[in-house]
Design a protein around this ligand. Structure first.
Ligand code: PMP
Length: 443
C-alpha cells in the first residue's frame, strides 16, 4: 500500500471514529486530518505524506526538550518493565514520585514544598480550587468559596477549569457551569481590588492567574502587576494561585514564569513541560504553610485523588526531562533564543503592513495582525487562520487566537531551538504573512 493509500484509509477512519479536541467538527468532516504525524525529531514533525514541519508551538506548548528523545523512551521502558503502575493512595508510594516531589520542592520558588500529582493541567486546576476551598473549611472560614480569575485566561476544560476560564466561548460551550467563579480584567489590579470588595473578602477563597497568558493570546503582564496582586491577596487573606501549565520548566527563560516577577504564590499548577509531553502528568504545589495547616487541622481523609496521581512511569519521565533541561542549559537557551525570536518578529513588523504589536518573553510569543497599523484597527473577519493555512503549506506549525476580538498568531517552539531554526521560523512566518497580505491587497 502506498502512503497516499494509507493516508486515505486512515483519514476515512479518523472522520468516522475520532472526535478531535478543540476542532471545528464540520471542517474536520469536510477536509479530514491535514497531517497524520508519524515521527518527531528535534524541532520537527514528519507526516505520512512525507512532509516535514517546524513545530513552532512545541505541539501544544509542551514539548520543551524537543521530539524523539531516546533517553526518555529508555527511562519509560525501564520503569514500565520494573513497575508499570502502582497506587499512591493512602500508605502506598513509589520512588519516582517521591524523588520528583522532592526535586520540585528544590526548584520551585519560595516555600512551595509539597506536590499533589494529577494527569494534566485541567485536573491540576480543579485540584487547586478544591484544595483552596477545603483549606478554608479547615481554617473555619467556609464562606470563602469564590475563585477570582481573569479575562482572556485559559485554565482547561474540566468543570472547575472551564468555569475559571476567562475566554467566554469555552464557558458558552456548555450551559451549566460550576458555581462561585468570577472574573476580572486581566491586567488591572484596581479591578481586582474592586471585585474582592464587591464579593466581600470573607467570601473569596483564591485568585488564579497565568504568569503569561498563553491560549488567550500570549499576554505578558506589566513588571509590577504580580507584586500588587500578591499585596492585595495578602491584604485580604486570599490565596494566590499561579497556573504555570504553560510557563513552568523554562518556557519564559526562567524556571517558572512567576520567577520574572519576584513573588511567591501559595499554590502553583503545572503540567505540560514537566514531561515535555512524553507522558501525561500535572500537579499542584502548595506552600509549606498550607501543608502544615492541612497536617494540623485535617482530621479525616484528603478525599481527592486520581488513579494516576503519582504515576511511576510519568514521574520517571519527568525526572529525566528535568535532568535534560538542566544538563543542556535549556532555560538559558530559551532566554537567548527568545531575544532572537523577538527581533525576528520586529523585522517582520517593519516589513509587513498587516503586522501590529509583537511580543515575546523567552520562547513564548505573539504577532498581532491588523488592518491599520497606526490605529490598530482589525480586519472585519480575522485573517490569522489564513496565515496559518499558508504556514502549513510551507511547513510551519503555530496557532491562531481569534477569541475576544483578537487576530493573533502565537508561538512557543521547543526550548532546544537554535538560531538557524529560529531564522527559518521567521522566514516561513514572513512569507506566510506576505502571501496573505498580497491576497488581501490585490482584491
Ligand atoms: N492551564 C493552562 C494555562 C493551559 O494552557 C492549559 C492547556 N493549554 C491548561 C490549563 C489545561 O491543561 P490540559 O489540557 O493538560 O488539561
Amino acid at each position: 500500500m502506498t502512503n497516499e493509500q494509507r493516508y486515505e484509509q486512515l483519514a476515512a477512519l479518523d472522520k468516522k471514529h475520532f472526535l478531535h479536541p478543540t476542532t471545528a467538527i464540520a471542517q474536520q468532516q469536510a477536509s479530514g486530518p491535514e497531517f497524520i504525524f508519524t515521527k518527531g525529531e528535534g524541532v520537527r514533525l514528519y507526516d505520512l505524506k512525507g512532509r516535514s514541519a517546524l513545530d513552532g508551538l512545541a505541539s501544544l506548548w509542551n514539548v520543551n526538550i524537543g521530539h524523539g528523545r531516546e533517553e526518555i523512551a529508555q527511562v519509560a521502558y525501564e520503569q514500565m518493565k520494573t513497575l508499570g503502575y502502582c497506587s499512591s493512595f493512602a500508605s502506598f508510594s513509589n520512588e519516582p514520585a517521591i524523588k520528583l516531589a522532592a526535586k520540585l520542592a528544590e526548584i520551585a520558588p519560595g516555600n512551595l514544598t509539597a506536590t499533589f500529582f494529577t494527569s494534566g493541567g485541567s485536573e491540576s486546576n480543579d485540584t487547586a480550587y478544591k484544595l483552596a476551598r477545603h483549606y478554608w473549611i479547615l481554617k473555619g472560614q467556609p464562606a470563602r468559596k469564590k475563585i477570582i480569575s481573569r479575562s482572556r485566561s485559559y485554565h482547561g476544560v474540566a468543570m472547575g477549569a472551564t468555569s475559571a476560564t476567562g475566554l467566554k466561548p469555552f464557558r458558552d460551550f456548555t450551559n451549566s457551569l460550576a458555581p462561585d467563579f468570577c472574573y476580572v480584567d486581566h491586567f488591572s489590579t484596581d479591578a481586582l481590588r474592586e471585585k474582592i470588595l464587591e464579593e466581600g473578602p470573607e467570601n473569596v477563597a483564591a485568585f488564579i492567574a497565568e504568569p503569561v497568558q498563553g491560549a488567550g493570546g500570549v499576554h505578558i503582564p506589566p513588571a509590577t502587576y504580580f507584586k500588587e496582586v500578591r499585596r492585595l491577596c495578602d491584604e485580604f487573606g486570599i490565596l494566590f494561585i499561579t497556573d504555570e501549565v504553560i510557563t513552568a520548566f523554562g518556557r519564559t527563560g526562567t524556571y517558572f514564569g512567576i520567577d520574572h516577577y519576584d513573588v511567591v504564590p501559595d499554590m502553583m499548577c503545572f503540567a505540560k513541560g514537566i514531561t515535555s509531553g512524553y507522558a501525561q502528568l500535572g500537579g499542584v504545589m502548595i506552600s509549606e504553610t498550607i501543608h502544615n495547616d492541612l497536617m494540623e487541622l485535617s482530621k479525616g481523609t484528603l478525599l481527592h485523588g486520581y488513579t494516576y496521581s503519582g504515576h511511576p512511569m510519568a514521574c520517571a519521565v519527568a525526572l529525566k526531562n528535568l535532568e535534560i533541561i538542566e544538563r543542556e542549559g535549556l532555560i538559558n537557551n530559551a532566554r537567548n533564543m527568545g531575544d532572537v525570536l523577538l527581533s525576528g518578529f520586529k523585522d517582520i513588523q517593519k516589513k509587513r503592513s498587516i503586522v501590529g504589536d509583537v511580543r515575546a518573553l523567552g520562547l513564548i510569543g505573539a504577532v498581532e495582525l491588523v488592518k491599520n497599523k497606526a490605529t490598530n484597527e482589525r480586519f472585519e473577519e480575522p485573517i490569522a487562520p489564513k496565515v496559518i493555512a499558508e504556514a502549513h503549506k510551507r511547513g510551519l506549525i503555530m496557532r491562531s487566537v481569534v477569541f475576544d476580538q483578537q487576530d493573533t498568531l502565537v508561538f512557543a517552539p521547543p526550548l532546544i531551538i537554535n538560531e538557524q531554526e529560529i531564522q527559518e521560523l521567521i522566514t516561513l512566518l514572513h512569507d506566510s504573512i506576505e502571501a496573505v497580505e498580497h491576497a488581501i491587497t490585490s482584491v
